[in-house]
Design a protein around this ligand. Structure first.
Ligand code: C2O
Ligand code: CU
Length: 445
């Protein structure tokens, strides 16, 4: 690929919110994907990598190394903890055995100087991510996160498969102010309920970088929101969303904005374009859904000139949502508010919670009700779920996910196949909310 010279001076349309840019050096930053982890195992069905956590980086980089594997592979990760604090790795969205989940409340975290080997089989394609689940709010904010891409060899290949990790650095209280009681939970900081964090978004660690796309290339970009609190509400010309966190969608989505709550992922297809354009994010109200403020550019796309190309024939299933059987087996009600700084599920705040129990092998229907005045991205460990309805309306196409935004006063019904035994955490992925109690446990036994 030939890089365009002097791209910063190229005659592109003025980006929306250009005044938000910190400086010209940042404008000229060229986006690169996070370096991929080196697979040390010659067996094509095993991906074996080493991750050292030190100075709030994995292998010295943030985002951490991208782990790439294919469905059916065994993933082995040797974690060395060279932080001055305990840590774990949680495989967000992945169907792992309970002992490998890294949730660190029954399974002891890896102490400073310690090591742990995670090993599991990847049974589902998708765009996943990994992050600590110990002092999560502080450790994720300081830079411990990375992408785990599980490819399906049966899917067509795009010319470029890109990983774009979106973050807002500095959302958590400064280091040293969290976890003052040493229980592994930060003490929370700030009133994040309504205000959109002011700091600008970064993509792969850069503020408003430019992604240069080789001429004529069809790009599959995997977007991951690793922010503690910030919601992305992205739009761009020719928007085409082809996948969520759990792989291909049932059908492409071409209308925006693409809202990614903390923890959520999407796969988008970018076709060769005539002109440079910006991906913009509209500040998103958690009391919404509504925009609050002006759209802000987060990423500039500069395609090299090339002839048009057709979209890839992705294997969308076209599946329609499973009809809602009507009964409810499990209720999770989310409540609390910014004034008390206490967040609850079913009236209880972590760690003083009661377990929800379901039999292994059952399929259960859960209703997630948001009784609070702010939205919450609800995340379940261990098993993906199907969204049956949102406020009584079925989604337009079948939707499988592991993290879903529950709007103010919304009731969401999901179907979970309880096929994975363990004590799985279910929590809000706004990390200060989780630290302030919005976590519970689903026991599959
Ligand atoms: Cu990504 Cu329990 O978290
Ligand atoms: Cu929340």
């Amino acid at each position: 690929m030939i890089l365009l010279l002097l791209a910063a001076c190229a005659p592109v349309a003025g980006p929306i919110g250009a005044t938000d840019l910190p400086d010209t050096a940042a404008q000229a930053a060229i986006l690169t994907d996070p370096a991929e982890a080196v697979d040390s195992d010659p067996d094509p069905a095993v991906v074996h990598v080493a991750l050292t956590a030190a100075a709030w980086r994995y292998n010295g980089q943030s985002p951490g190394p991208t782990l790439r594997a294919k469905v059916g592979d065994t993933l082995i990760v040797d974690l060395q903890n060279d932080l001055g604090a305990p840590t774990t790795i949680h495989w967000h969205g992945v169907h792992t055995p309970y002992a490998m989940d890294g949730a660190g409340w029954q399974v002891a975290p890896v102490p400073p100087g310690g090591a742990f080997t995670y090993r599991f089989t990847l049974d589902h394609p998708g765009t996943f991510w990994y992050h600590p689940h110990f002092d999560t709010e502080g450790q994720v904010d300081r830079g411990l996160y990375g992408a785990l891409i599980v490819e399906d060899p049966a899917e067509p290949k795009a010319d470029v498969d890109a990983v774009w990790v979106f973050d807002i650095p500095g959302e958590a209280p400064a280091e040293g102010t969290t976890d003052t009681d040493g229980d592994g939970h930060g003490e929370g900081g700030g009133e994040h309920g309504f205000a959109f964090p002011p700091a600008p978004w970064t993509v792969n660690g850069l503020t408003l970088p430019t992604a240069r796309l080789p001429g004529g290339a069809v790009v599959r970009a995997r977007l991951i929101n690793v922010a503690n609190v910030g919601y992305l509400a992205l739009s761009w010309p020719g928007m085409r969303v082809i996948g969520g966190g759990q792989g291909m969608l049932a059908a492409a989505v071409t209308e925006g904005p693409l809202v990614l709550a903390p923890g959520q992922r999407a796969e988008v297809e970018l076709l060769p374009a005539e002109q440079a354009f910006d991906m913009v994010s509209t500040p998103w109200s958690l009391a919404g859904p509504s925009a609050i403020g002006e759209p802000m550019a987060v990423l500039r796309i500069e395609p090299e000139p090339a002839p048009a190309a057709a979209p890839i024939a992705w294997p969308f299933s076209g599946a329609t949502p499973t009809p809602d059987p009507g009964h409810t087996d499990v209720v999770w009600s989310l409540s609390g508010d910014v004034h008390t700084g206490q967040w609850l599920i079913n009236g209880a705040s972590w760690p003083d919670i009661g377990f929800t129990r379901v039999p292994l092998g059952s399929a259960f229907i859960a209703e997630v009700r948001n009784l609070s005045p702010t939205a919450h991205p609800f995340h379940l460990h261990g098993m993906a779920f199907e969204v049956l309805s949102i406020d009584g309306r079925a989604p337009p196409a079948q939707r499988i996910d592991d993290t879903i935004d529950v709007g103010v006063r919304e009731a969401l019904r999901i179907k979970v196949n309880a096929d994975n035994p363990g004590d799985w955490m279910a929590h809000c992925h706004i990390l200060p909310h989780a630290e302030q109690g919005m976590m519970t446990v689903l026991r599959v036994e």
